[in-house]
Design a protein. Structure first.
Lengths: 249, 364
C-alpha cells in the first residue's frame, strides 16, 4: 500500500515531464510549478491524495485492525494467549497510527526525490511571497506531511471503532472510506455550514498556512484539537465495544 | 485456606452457567465439575453448546448468568492470571497464512505477556517437535494441509507448560496416525499432571482416552461423571442364542425381563451337532435393570427436561434383581437349549444416543 502511495508522486512527475508544458492555473494546485521546481512534486502529490487516496489506505489499515483478526480467527487465539483486550486494542491503534504517520511521509519524500531527479530544484516562493532555501523548503514539506498525519488520526480512530463492530474486514474498510467521502461531501455543502467545523475532514486541505512566512499555526492547532476529540470519542467507543464483545468468530 | 479446598480439587467448576444469544438459549444452567488431573471428554451433538461453553470458560464470550472457576480462580475476573496457565485449541486452528508455522507460533507467544522472549525460540521448537511438525516449521501456513494446521494449533496450545488444556475437536482432520499421536499426546500431558478438557463428538475416541466425561444436549448438561459411571447408568443387556425363542421369552418374562427378538436369527445348519428339529437359532435380547428403576431406556430425551442430572453421583453396581448367571440357570432348568449367552455392557454410544436423540432428529 505504501508502494501504491509512492506511485502517485512518481506518476505525477513523469506525466508532467513527458507532457512538457502545463498551462498555468489548470489542473491540481501547484501542478504548473513542478517543471520549475521539483520539490513541488511532493506538495502536489499530497494535495492530490488527500481527498481519496490517503483516506482509502488509512481506511483499509484501520478497518482491518480488529475485524481482520476476527475474520481470520486469530483474534480468539490472541485473546486466549492472553494478549489482553485493552492491550490488543492499544497496540492495534498504535499500528494504525504508525501507518498514518508513514503514509504522507512516503508521498512527500518520494515526491521530493523524484522531483529532484527529473526537475531543477531551487529556492521556493511561499504563499506569503517570501522565498526560502531548499533546506527550509524540505522542512516545510515534512511539516505538511505531519499535518496530514494528524489529520488522518481521527479517521483511523473511526476505522478502529468500526472494525470492532464486525468480523468482516472488507466491510469495516469500506465503511471507513465511505464515511471519509461523506464527510467531505457534507463539508462542501454551504447549507450545512454549522456542521462544518465538526467534520473530521474539515481542515484536511488547510495546510496552506504552513507555506507562509512566518508559519501560521492556527489551522494546525485547530485541526489537532478536532482530531484529538475524534480519537478520544471513537477510541472510547472502540474500547467500550471491544471490552464487552463476544468473540464468536 | 478453607475456602480454597474445593477449588484445589476441581480444575473447572461452573454453576448454572448460562448464555443467551437474543432469544436463543445456547447454554443453559450448566454445572460442570472437572477434577484436577482428569482427561475430561466433553460430548454432545453438533450445536449442543460445547464450543459456546468453551468460549465462556476462556473469557471469549460473557456469560448471561451463572458463575465459573477455572484453576481455582474466579472467571472472568481473574482472566489475565488464569489464561497463561491454560492452553487452548478453540473451534479449529487459525493462523496467518502468509507466515511460516514457526513464525505464527512466535507471534502468538509474543501476544502472551508472560511468554519470555528469551526462551521463545526454544519453546516454539519443542512444541513443534511434540506435534511432529519440525520438518514444516519454515513453510508458509497456507501450504499446510488441514491435518498440519490442526497439529500447529495443538502446538500453539503447548507453547508453555500448562495446567489445563482445552482442546476443541483436537483430532478433526487428522489421519489415523495423527489421531493416534494426539491420543498419546493427551495421555502424556495427563501423565505430566495437566488436566485435559477435550470436546469431541467422536465417542470411540473419548472412550479410549478419557477418564471422565460430560454429555451436552441442546445447551444443557444431561450427564456427567467418570466413564464407568456413565456407562453403568445405562443398563447392561443379555443376549441369548436359542432355537426355542418362545419358551425362552416366557422364562425371561418370569424373571421380570422383557425379551425382544433380535433381527440376526440365523440357520443352525452349520452347527454340526444340530438336532433335527432345531430349525433356526433366534437371538433374544433383554435389558438387565441397572438400578431399581424400570428397564426401558428414556426414549429420546424430552427437550428441555434435563434427563437425569447424574451430577457425579454413582448409581453404579447395586444391580439388585437379576444376575446373568441366574438367567442362564433358569433358562436351562426350563429346558431351553441355550446355544449362546452374552452380557453386553451398554457402550458410551448407547448412552449418548439415549440422552441426545437418534439420527438427525437430535434435540435442538
Amino acid at each position: 500500500m505504501l508502494c501504491a502511495l509512492a506511485a502517485i508522486p512518481i506518476l505525477i512527475a513523469v506525466a508532467v515531464r513527458v507532457s512538457s508544458a502545463v498551462p498555468p492555473g489548470r489542473g491540481p494546485a501547484f501542478l504548473d510549478r513542478i517543471a520549475q521546481n521539483g520539490l513541488f512534486v511532493g506538495v502536489t502529490a499530497m494535495v492530490v491524495s488527500v481527498p481519496l487516496f490517503l483516506p482509502l489506505t488509512v481506511g483499509v489499515v484501520a478497518g482491518d485492525t480488529i475485524a481482520g483478526e476476527a475474520g481470520q480467527g486469530t483474534l480468539r487465539y490472541l485473546l486466549v494467549a492472553p494478549a489482553g483486550r485493552t492491550r490488543l486494542l492499544i497496540i492495534k491503534y498504535a499500528g494504525a497510527a504508525v501507518f498514518v504517520v508513514v503514509a504522507p511521509l512516503v508521498v512527500a519524500l518520494t515526491g521530493a526525490g523524484i522531483g529532484a531527479a527529473l526537475f531543477p530544484v531551487g529556492p521556493v516562493t511561499l504563499l506569503s511571497g517570501d522565498t526560502i532555501g531548499t533546506g527550509e523548503a524540505m522542512i516545510r514539506l515534512l511539516l505538511i506531511a505531519a499535518y496530514l498525519a494528524v489529520s488522518l488520526l481521527g479517521l483511523s480512530a473511526i476505522g478502529l471503532f468500526i472494525s470492532t463492530l464486525t468480523d468482516v474486514p472488507v466491510g469495516a474498510m469500506a465503511a471507513t472510506v465511505v464515511l471519509s467521502v461523506v464527510a467531505q461531501v457534507l463539508d462542501a455543502l454551504p447549507q450545512l455550514e454549522w456542521l462544518h467545523p465538526w467534520l473530521f475532514s474539515h481542515y484536511w486541505l488547510d495546510f496552506g498556512d504552513l507555506l507562509r512566512q512566518p508559519v501560521s499555526w492556527d489551522s494546525f492547532a485547530a485541526n489537532a484539537l478536532l482530531q484529538g476529540g475524534y480519537v478520544a470519542v471513537f477510541g472510547a467507543l472502540a474500547y467500550g465495544r471491544f471490552i464487552t464483545k463476544d468473540v464468536l468468530s | 485456606m478453607s475456602a480454597a479446598r474445593p477449588a484445589a480439587e476441581l480444575s473447572i467448576e461452573t454453576r448454572g452457567l448460562t448464555k443467551r444469544f437474543g432469544q436463543q438459549l445456547a447454554v443453559g444452567g450448566v454445572d460442570l465439575a472437572v477434577p484436577k488431573g482428569a482427561v475430561f471428554g466433553f460430548l454432545g451433538p453438533n450445536g449442543s453448546g460445547k464450543t459456546t461453553t468453551i468460549r465462556l470458560l476462556l473469557g471469549l464470550a460473557t456469560a448471561t448468568g451463572g458463575s465459573m472457576r477455572v484453576l481455582g480462580e474466579e472467571m472472568p475476573g481473574k482472566l489475565n492470571v488464569v489464561l497463561p496457565r491454560v492452553g487452548a485449541l478453540v473451534e479449529g486452528p487459525a493462523f496467518y497464512p502468509f507466515l511460516s508455522g514457526a513464525a505464527n507460533l512466535r507471534r502468538m507467544d509474543a501476544a502472551d505477556p508472560y511468554g519470555s522472549a528469551a526462551t521463545r525460540r526454544a519453546r516454539v521448537q519443542s512444541a513443534l517437535e511434540r506435534v511432529g511438525l519440525t520438518h514444516a516449521a519454515d513453510k508458509q501456513v497456507r501450504a499446510y494441509s488441514l491435518g498440519m494446521k490442526q497439529r500447529l494449533g495443538i502446538a500453539n496450545a503447548l507453547l508453555a507448560p500448562r495446567e489445563l488444556l482445552v482442546l476443541d475437536e483436537p483430532t478433526n482432520g487428522l489421519d489415523p496416525q495423527g489421531t493416534r499421536e494426539v491420543r498419546s499426546l493427551v495421555r502424556s500431558l495427563a501423565a505430566d499432571g495437566a488436566t485435559v478438557f477435550v470436546s469431541s463428538h467422536l465417542l470411540a475416541e473419548v472412550e479410549q482416552i478419557c477418564t471422565h466425561a460430560a454429555i451436552m444436549s441442546a445447551g444443557r448438561l444431561v450427564a456427567q461423571g467418570t466413564l464407568a459411571e456413565l456407562r453403568g447408568a445405562g443398563q447392561a443387556r443379555i443376549r441369548v442364542l436359542t432355537p426355542d425363542p418362545g419358551t425362552a421369552a416366557q422364562v425371561l418374562a418370569g424373571l421380570g425381563l422383557t425379551a425382544t427378538l433380535g433381527a440376526d436369527g440365523r440357520t443352525a445348519g452349520g452347527d454340526g451337532s444340530g438336532a433335527a428339529g432345531s430349525g433356526t437359532d433366534a437371538a433374544l435380547f433383554a435389558s438387565l435393570p441397572a438400578a431399581p428403576a424400570p428397564a426401558a431406556a428414556p426414549p429420546a430425551a424430552p427437550p428441555g427436561a434435563a434427563a437425569r442430572e447424574d451430577g457425579g453421583s454413582a448409581p453404579a453396581v447395586e444391580r439388585a434383581a437379576v444376575q446373568p448367571e441366574a438367567v442362564v440357570a433358569a433358562l436351562v432348568a426350563a429346558g431351553v437349549r441355550v446355544r449362546g449367552f452374552a452380557t453386553e455392557q451398554a457402550s458410551l454410544e448407547d448412552r449418548f444416543v439415549a440422552l441426545t436423540g437418534e439420527g438427525f432428529d437430535v434435540v435442538q
